[in-house]
Design a protein around this ligand. Structure first.
Ligand code: ADP
Length: 173
């Protein structure tokens, strides 16, 4: 599914965040220690190789809502932007912290002259954020931030399941 807001391409794909060959940057739904972990972080670190964890170690720990940038190592992407999403029901206010992830990741990408960036559904796996609520936060934040962007031309959302894909593509369209 593809649309555009303020001249920026907004795409929604079903697939694996670690296989986005045409994106300059991908976003990691990281853990505070920026270690391999499960879910998105596991897929990204496995594909990137040990060099990613090594590069990330001095930047850890990060706080909920924060974003840091590293190289892509063995990934097909030049950069990985690591965001720590809020744990639903624990890190509050969770909507603001989740919005900070999307905003900070986009602003960090913009600063690094990144033209295309792919996001997973941050916090909606192990961190328990309900997918529909997380979608609303993401879409609202993207709409707020896109008017400020000059370098980013494409923002892609990569959803793992068909159900999550349907929710995101409905919200975006
Ligand atoms: P968090 O700890 O922030 O909740 P997770 O990695 O556990 O992050 O999950 C975030 C979302 O990403 C979940 O909806 C999960 O289904 C999805 N997901 C898991 N693996 C992948 C992958 N390889 N590519 C894209 N999305 C994934």
């Amino acid at each position: 599914m593809k649309t555009s807001i303020h001249g920026i391409n907004i795409e929604c794909y079903r697939g694996d965040i670690a296989s986005q060959h045409d994106m300059t940057a991908i976003v990691n739904a990281a853990n505070a220690q920026l270690r391999i972990g499960g879910g998105v972080a596991g897929a990204i670190h496995r594909a990137a190789g040990y060099g990613l964890e090594k590069e990330c170690r001095p930047m850890a720990p990060i706080n909920p809502g924060e974003a840091v940038i590293s190289g892509g190592h063995n990934l097909p992407n030049k950069y990985v932007i690591h965001c720590l999403g809020p744990v639903y029901g624990k890190d509050k206010p969770e909507d603001k912290l989740l919005a900070n992830c999307y905003r900070n990741a986009l602003l960090l990408a913009e600063e690094n002259n990144i033209d295309s960036i792919a996001f997973p559904a941050i916090s909606t796996g192990a961190f328990g954020y309900p997918i529909k609520e997380a979608t609303d936060v993401a879409v609202k934040t993207i709409k707020e931030v896109v008017p400020k962007l000059k370098n980013i031309k494409t923002i892609r959302f990569v959803l793992f399941s068909q159900e999550d894909y349907d929710i995101w593509s409905n919200a975006l369209s």
